[in-house]
Design a binder for this molecule. Structure first.
Ligand SMILES: Cc1ncc(COP(=O)(O)O)c(C=O)c1O
Length: 362
């Protein structure tokens, strides 16, 4: 026992989240392909709305996010009162964890599942159970095999980061059907807009008719607003109302609300963002495979490249850095032999291809 302030059990066991690196010493403008951001940036409409919001930044935001709520509800055909807005979808996961997890409860997610689910679960003194992903994909069977009487939430991301795999509607349905009704199923669709696979579908309609499914989306990817931190969840009304009781009253900022509302109406920017990824994801994949690297099929705005050994991945990372390119080592996900590369602009993608072509010959 100490007489100093002592964090709750488990807090100091949490490895701090390390975001994508954004600087290389000596390189004025590195190519940042480490955080799955939108290579085109934010759209013009969102930027104009952000600037226009400057005159109101002394005013507290609308805590209900009413304008954005109505716009999201209208765009996706959802009931506005069932939406939860957060400071990024990260905050929506944290709020769900805080609302539903007691000490000793657990969450279940895939072995390579997004780290944000785990961090806030541990902060609730909950256990994190990781289902094996031998094929780099969380299957309903593997997830269900870990569910026990203390399981409160099961998280899947579809598409998943960093592997790029996804779940079909049939898999999501099987998973949902295998869960007790008191367990929440959270389907994280942060990369939904980039998917081209015919057997992927949004789980929003499934969530509409279920009392225990939450689907999350973000403005950080297709809309290019990662820096503003806005995401949302579509939840059963009882869940949305419970979460609302613990949410910080003004968790999304005035410029964030305005920019996100404008971004939703900017179809040209969404289209351009989608096309960039859908054009370059296969080209990058094919080129890197041509150099002998294993590139996992990806449904997101990134690809994961496997280099065989951690040493080789680390050498590739250094090589890319030396060319002014920052990608994401994913050792924190238990994938030290891999690097995750965000799809960039044409010039950036060509630079990656050139650099890895040279590296392959080393
Ligand atoms: C799978 C997944 N979910 C959610 C997010 C977080 O999104 P947000 O910026 O809305 O917190 C990310 C961000 O990289 C992600 O990869």
């Amino acid at each position: 026992m100490t007489d100093l302030p002592t964090p709750k059990p488990g807090i100091l066991d949490i490895a701090p989240y390390v975001g994508g690196k954004s600087a290389i010493a000596g390189v004025a403008e590195p190519m940042k392909l480490s955080s799955n951001e939108n290579a085109l940036g934010a759209g013009e409409k969102a930027r104009a709305a952000y600037e226009a919001a400057l005159k109101n930044i002394h005013i507290y935001p609308d805590g209900r996010a009413s304008k954005l709520r109505d716009a999201v509800a209208e765009t996706h055909g959802l009931e506005p009162e069932r939406l939860i807005f957060g400071n990024g979808s990260d905050e929506v996961f944290a709020l769900l964890n805080q609302t539903y997890l007691r000490a000793g409860d657990n969450i279940v997610t895939g072995q390579y599942g997004f780290l944000a689910y785990r961090i806030s679960a541990k902060a609730c003194e909950a256990e994190v159970r990781l289902a094996d992903e031998p094929e780099f994909k969380a299957t309903p069977e593997a997830l269900l095999s870990l569910v026990d009487e203390r399981t409160r939430i099961v998280y899947v991301s579809s598409p998943s980061n960093p592997t790029g795999s996804y779940n079909t509607p049939d898999e999501i349905r099987r998973l949902h059907e295998g869960l007790r009704p008191d367990i929440l199923l959270v389907v994280d669709e942060a990369y939904a807009e980039f998917v081209t696979e015919a057997d992927w579908e949004t789980s929003l309609p499934m969530a509409r008719d279920a009392a225990n499914i939450v689907v999350t989306r973000t403005f950080s990817k297709i809309h290019g607003l990662g820096g503003l931190r806005i995401g949302f969840g579509y939840a059963p009304l009882a869940v949305a109302e419970a979460v609302d009781r613990i949410r910080l009253p003004f968790n999304v900022s005035v410029p964030g609300l305005e920019a996100a509302t404008a971004a939703l109406a900017d179809e040209a920017h969404q289209q351009a963002s989608r096309e960039l990824v859908q054009t370059w994801r296969p080209r990058l994949t094919q080129a890197l495979r041509g150099f002998g690297f294993e590139v996992l099929p990806s449904a997101g705005n990134f690809v994961m490249v496997r280099f065989g050994t951690p040493e080789r991945a680390s050498a590739a990372n250094d090589y890319l850095n030396a060319k002014g390119i920052i990608v994401r080592p994913v050792g924190g996900y238990g994938l030290p032999e891999s690097l995750r590369i965000t799809i960039g602009t044409e010039d950036q993608n060509r630079a990656v291809i050139d650099a890895l072509s040279e590296f392959a010959a080393t």
